[in-house]
Design a protein around this ligand. Structure first.
Ligand SMILES: O=C(O)CCC(=O)C(=O)O
Length: 261
């Protein structure tokens, strides 16, 4: 268990645009977080408070792919994500106090879809720079869909955005990709400009992770605005019959088969 990020790790962060910190959470903290993820995943689908997304997995069943906007409805998650050592570590990496911009759980159940090569920045509007912290709930490996990064390429701004808002497949194929497996309790921090992707889950166990995105507090608190904007955009995609209604984000990175209500 660690409470802060050493200077060596901070240098690696600056060079690569992502950073894995082993055993950042204690066994008890991970056990609590896993229990909370299970609780949240049992909340009803049709509710205008949190946002559940579903997919039809390659195994043929309909499962949650993602849940967003759960912090206002879960006290434990609220404490873990908005105060204490996670917030402190984020502030350390940013060099100034941080504030939560958005949060999500990606479940990637057996047969759950992967994500095309992308940067998060095109989907995270209102301000330019964000840092995301992935909290590992289940072991993440190449066979169950861990993340792959392209080291150092976060320094290049937007990279070859295609009409989905992802990295154009030809450019993506020319990048160097490094897989970053993680264990429960490890955290993986990455810049919103860090190119990343992940394969589907080819195993029989879930691969769950919590993703917390932060921005510099000095730039303002945009969390509510982010979710209001996202709900408005998706209501419009649906009412206009746009293909974008099948996405789970404003960018079309999710490669699973979305099930809409
Ligand atoms: O959970 C994953 O496999 C990748 C998720 C991702 O890249 C995203 O949600 O932007």
């Amino acid at each position: 268990m660690v409470d802060s990020i050493s200077e060596v790790l901070q240098r690696r962060w600056i060079e690569d645009g992502y950073l894995k910190v082993d055993s950042f959470l204690s066994e008890q903290e991970v056990a609590d977080a896993r229990e909370w993820v299970e609780e949240i995943s049992s909340w009803p689908i049709n509710d205008d408070k949190w946002i559940h997304h579903q997919e039809q997995t390659a195994k043929g069943d309909v499962r949650l792919s993602r849940t967003e906007n759960f912090v206002p409805f879960h006290t434990g998650m609220k404490h873990l994500l908005t105060e204490g050592k996670l917030l402190t570590a984020l502030g350390q990496l940013m060099g100034e106090p941080a504030v939560l911009y958005k949060e999500k759980i990606n479940y990637k159940y057996p047969g759950g879809g992967g994500y095309a090569a992308h940067q998060d920045a095109p989907a995270y509007e209102f301000i330019k720079h964000h840092v995301t912290c992935l909290v590992t709930i289940d072991p993440m490996r190449e066979d169950n869909g861990c993340l792959f990064f392209s080291p150092g390429r976060h320094q290049e701004g937007f990279i070859a955005l295609d009409d989905r808002g992802c990295i154009h497949p030809e450019t993506a194929a020319s990048l160097e990709w490094v897989s970053v497996p993680t264990e429960p309790g490890d955290v993986l921090l990455f810049s919103s400009y860090a190119p990343h992707k992940s394969p589907p889950n080819g195993t029989n166990e879930p691969r769950r992770a919590i993703y917390l995105t932060y921005n510099a507090l000095a730039e303002g608190d945009f969390r509510q605005q982010y979710y209001e904007d996202k709900r408005r955009a998706f209501a419009m995609y649906k009412s206009s019959g746009s293909d974008k209604a099948q996405q789970i984000s404003k960018i079309g990175h999710f490669q699973g088969k979305t099930v809409t209500q």
